[in-house]
Design a protein around this ligand. Structure first.
Ligand SMILES: Cc1cc2nc3c(=O)[nH]c(=O)nc-3n(C[C@H](O)[C@H](O)[C@H](O)COP(=O)(O)O)c2cc1C
Length: 334
């Protein structure tokens, strides 16, 4: 038992990172049943799907689990920027035989809101985690009303202090290996000394030695994402799995071409040719719409040239194994 397992009610101070778009209830159930904290990412789920996935988790485990949301501000549509972005993409649309004047609305990413809180309240998950800050105080109070433990991620010391002041019960220190602003092993000890709540290390942890190193630097636990991407229970595409287990995974970069916010992915054609960062890309999450048809076109041909091949810097832990096996292997590091 340590401060984090006491807070989360889990066997191990290990969180299977919520990863929108590549997993649902199955991975969360497997991780929770193996003694870690399984997570359900909700950023890209409709209310109906969210409800169905939560019901599946409740049926699949009686252990604690985490439900995760984004807390970004929805941007105003910016026609000039959208036009500039489409000018960058026009040649690719022509190459693929697609019509740039006929771009369907992209998959949305909705920040945590009252509708989500209403659904969540019926399931009363033990842990709720947020990405990109915290929700407004009234929503946060509702989550805390059933005793949920609230986690959020920080990529700088200032963000960590802010999260502690506004009510996070533990802080995830997310280093640049995962997609933050600073290296985890630089960020972690600084956050540990800046806040009093437990700190969870995230970014680049792929084996028991990485777990041990993070704990030695003062972490109360770890959150691991990339290593779960090839687990049997994840919904990661075959194309993405193949890239993660290939030489290509040695070359990752922060890019905002796919969503409008920087995230780390395996370098592919569109990142090489347009970015990986490009000032014309629309604000999060609006950038997704115009690139989605190119992604679909090339994926149908077996190519990931226009796909977000999300990956941390350390994909060495990606194996096609049951999640329980990965939880066991990582837990040897505590
Ligand atoms: C494919 C992918 C999707 C992610 N989606 C989310 C998300 O929806 N919510 C969130 O809080 N973090 C998300 N993250 C960040 C992870 O929660 C975690 O902090 C990170 O993966 C840890 O670094 P690692 O991948 O090097 O282990 C995502 C990461 C990846 C790789």
């Amino acid at each position: 038992m340590n401060a984090l397992t006491a807070l989360l009610g889990t066997e191990h101070p290990l969180i299977q990172a919520p990863m929108a778009g590549v997993q649902g209830a199955a991975l969360a159930i497997a991780a929770s049943n193996a003694g870690a904290l399984g997570s359900l990412p909700c950023a890209m789920l409709s209310p109906e799907v969210m409800e169905r996935e939560l019901a599946a988790i409740q049926a699949g485990t009686d252990r604690p689990y985490n439900v995760n949301f984004f807390c970004h501000a929805q941007p105003e549509a910016d026609d000039a920027r959208e036009a500039a972005w489409r000018a960058w993409l026009a040649g690719y649309y022509r190459e693929a035989g697609l019509d740039i004047d006929n771009v369907p609305a992209g998959p949305g990413r909705v920040p945590f809101n009252r509708a989500a809180a209403d659904i969540l309240e019926r399931f009363k998950p033990k842990v709720v985690s947020f990405h990109f800050g915290l929700p407004d105080l009234d929503l946060l109070d509702r989550v805390k009303s059933w005793g949920a433990v609230v986690l959020s991620s920080a990529t700088t010391v200032e963000e960590a202090r802010w999260l502690e002041a506004f009510g996070a019960d533990a802080i995830i220190a997310q280093g640049i290996e995962a997609g933050g602003h600073r290296g985890m092993f630089a960020l972690l000890p600084q956050i540990v000394s800046a806040v009093t709540v437990p700190v969870i290390a995230a970014g680049g942890i792929a084996d028991a030695a990485g777990v041990t190193a993070a704990m030695a630097l003062g972490a109360s636990g770890v959150q691991v994402g990339t290593s779960f991407l090839c687990c049997a229970e994840a919904t990661t595409s075959a194309l993405h799995r193949a890239a993660l287990q290939s030489e290509a995974a040695h070359h990752t970069a922060l890019t905002h071409l796919f969503t409008g916010r920087p995230a780390r992915g395996i370098v592919n054609r569109v990142m090489r040719e347009l970015g990986p960062m490009n000032p014309a890309a629309p604000a999060f999450p609006l950038a997704t719409a115009a690139i989605a048809p190119l992604r679909a076109h090339w994926e149908a041909k077996g190519s990931g040239d226009f796909s977000p091949l999300w990956s941390g810097q350390n994909a060495s832990g990606c194996r096609e194994v049951p999640a329980a096996e990965l939880v066991r292997a990582l837990s040897r590091g505590f």
